[in-house]
Design a binder for this molecule. Sequence first.
Ligand SMILES: *Cc1c(COP(=O)(O)O)cnc(C)c1O
Length: 448
Amino acid sequence: MNNAELAARDLRHLWHPCTQMKDHEWLPMIPIRSGRGVWLEDFDGKRYIDAISSWWVNLHGHANPRINAAIADQLERLEHVLLAGFSHQPAIELADRLVEVAPPGLERVFYVDNGSSAIEAALKMSYHYWRNLGRAGKHRFVTLSNSYHGETLGALAVGDVALYKETYQPLLMEVITAPSPDCFERDPGESCEEHALRRFAEIETILRAQADEISAVIVEPLVQCAGNMRMYPPIYLSRLRALCDELEVHLIADEIAVGFGRTGTLFACEQAAITPDFLCLSKGLTGGYLPLSVVMTTSGVYQAFYDDYATLRAFLHSHSYTGNPLACRAALASLELFAENDVLARNRELARVMGEATAALNDHPHIAEVRQTGMILAIEMVRDKATRTPYPWRERRGLTVYRHALSRGALLRPLGNVIYFMPPYVITAEQIHLLAEIAGEGIELATR
Ligand SMILES: *Cc1c(COP(=O)(O)O)cnc(C)c1O
């Protein structure tokens, strides 16, 4: 079996995510045979460094021996059981561990089974909380421009990436969109903090005027990942937390992408020293092994649902694979690895290397900026550096970088014109330098 044979067979029946399938008339599909550490190997025996952690899920490398063993052990005991009326040890232990490591005050763990569904659950819980308090008028959600929260209809509605959203607009609930604190949009001479505070004043105006109708504000703390890895400083979050408290509006933190060390701290909210009312986690939760997500919330929220059955205040939301034991065991093993290997400390050094290895690209005539938050580093290509005019999207320049990287043995799947590194934490300094070299070459080709 080689790549070409498998790709041909694939294209007979599969419909791939986030893909115009016609592209595969000229863009080869790459069937992967195995993975180990940062490496993926295809059926022709070619190897690729997984520089984007397979869409931001992998933390400790592919085929991590510790996580493999935990799942194998669990498989011998219990593969799955429903979580209503029943429970199991992995779900209980993982909830304990998550409460220990999450921002203080998040004492309840609601299991879901993917990121978008966690967002759906958090939105419903927030509204339902106000309804249970007799304030059903608080039914609207505020989101930030350029945000992304998933692809199901509710999650899509609170997101703002036109590419994914526009087509489905007639199907979506109406939300209030406040301008993002995204530092890329700052004025010349303005600092990221000044810009974030200016943008904060705008959401403050919205919230003060409409708090009576608003259930929650939903944000991606520090990095809007799917929105081209745009970044903003923690001060926006600390101000927003205080304002939401004052106006009795929930704050939903979507750390599905940025959680579990991506921004340098275990959770991005820590850098603003805040506790959201709802914390959504998925992607890295299982170390990149199995679909699982959680909504964490406070005892206060939980208590608003706790009553006699006949009051009909319960949160009657569920998914078939809620809290799957195999996934929970993978998550527990992943958290153990953080503690044992002092992953966050090691990442500080790796993050420094990523910055250093790409610093020269700042001077490139078609790079607007190289930006970084912890283990996420993004390089934004533009047509005109002075005015930050983007390349027209139809030119698909990122694809040139993608294809060059593949030829050189790296998986660097860009977001439009933004090349980024979001590697597994087992990457080495040497591999980071290689990625920077490959990205540099690809950018040369793409901006000619
Ligand atoms: C990926 C992502 C989601 C959606 O998670 P899925 O598991 O893909 O449904 C939601 N929010 C953010 C910030 C994400 O990056």
